[in-house]
Design a protein around this ligand. Structure first.
Ligand SMILES: Nc1ncnc2c1ncn2[C@@H]1O[C@H](COP(=O)(O)OP(=O)(O)OP(=O)(O)O)[C@@H](O)[C@H]1O
Length: 279
């Protein structure tokens, strides 16, 4: 649940983020805590990915403060909330097996923590790849590669998980399976998830809170609490009804906050993106 205490969990108190003197994100104030699932939705160019990169510490050139439990995320010696990340591309090392791709992230902990026991195989089993531990990425379908990336994101036991359209361009059944796998992992590990998506249905199916970003420079235009049970398939009646209800309550979402690119995550016919065993 979101915290009432701004010192707990994540606090984004951004005054401005600019590129080359041009502000792209304005004043943004967001609190969220472990166990929350927050979706960021908005038109192309609204600054969603930029906001994630600030939270990830990949870009520290901004005005304001981003903290975890009251300490700056970039503070030396402060574990940045054990950060997990997943992007649109699975970004697997082609010369490493599925298992070694996941184990790679554990290397530092193995070095630092005597007696550390690898969880890579368990995580791969949890995402349904227990039978494919020693398979190379080029032998895995697009959906299976995303499963490896999902398992890898959880190896650090993240308290904060940043996801930037991780399931885009998957066909609908594969995307639904991946979303269920993500929610099952979240149920067990309870990270705070910041999840960027163009697809309002995906936000409604996964998140308990949706932040709609837009305007220029971008800000949070609407902080919406989702009240359907999580984990529904995107094409389910519950998600369709939740979408209708939301748009009836907030018709302004149709004129600008959500753009035509929300169609981008509709099923594609690319057979590489299904969940077949091998292409
Ligand atoms: N490195 C950069 N240098 C200059 N401008 C940038 C840079 N990165 C992003 N921008 C600009 O900042 C704005 C926000 O971009 P960002 O990628 O964060 O938007 P977004 O909401 O994630 O868009 P999309 O949904 O298309 O991925 C855009 O106008 C973009 O052109």
């Amino acid at each position: 649940m979101s915290t009432d205490n701004p010192r707990q969990g994540l606090h984004i108190a951004l005054r401005e983020k600019a590129f080359d003197g041009t502000p792209v994100i304005g004043s943004v104030d967001i609190h969220a805590d472990s166990g929350d699932f927050v979706a960021l939705v908005g038109p192309s160019g609204a600054g969603k990915s930029t906001l994630l990169s600030l939270v990830a510490g990949l870009d520290s050139d901004y005005l304001g403060e981003i903290t975890w439990d009251g300490a700056p995320l970039s503070a030396p010696g402060h574990s940045p909330a054990r950060l997990g990340m997943m992007f649109q591309e699975p970004r697997l090392m082609p010369w490493l097996s599925a298992l070694d791709n996941v184990r790679l992230v554990e290397a530092q902990r193995e070095a630092d923590e005597p007696g550390f026991v690898s969880r890579a195989a368990t995580l791969l089993e949890e995402v349904g790849l227990g039978h494919a531990l020693h398979v190379w990425p080029n032998q895995l379908s697009g959906g299976m590669q995303r499963r490896v990336a999902l398992a890898r994101a959880f190896t650090v036991e993240p308290r904060l998980l940043l996801m930037d359209e991780p399931f885009v361009s998957l066909d609908m059944p594969t995307g639904n399976r991946l979303r269920r796998a993500l929610l099952a992992l979240c149920e067990r590990h309870r990270p705070l998830v910041l999840f960027v998506t163009h697809d309002l249905r995906e936000a409604l199916a996964l998140a308990d809170r949706i932040l709609f970003m837009g305007d220029s420079p971008a800000r949070v235009l609407l902080d919406y609490r989702v009240d359907i049970e999580r984990g529904r398939d995107l094409e389910s009646a519950e998600v369709a009804h939740a979408q209708q209800t939301l748009l009836a309550r907030h018709p302004e979402l149709l004129s600008g906050i959500i753009d035509g690119s929300s169609k981008r995550t509709d099923p594609y016919d690319d057979p590489r993106n299904n969940d077949e065993e091998t292409p």
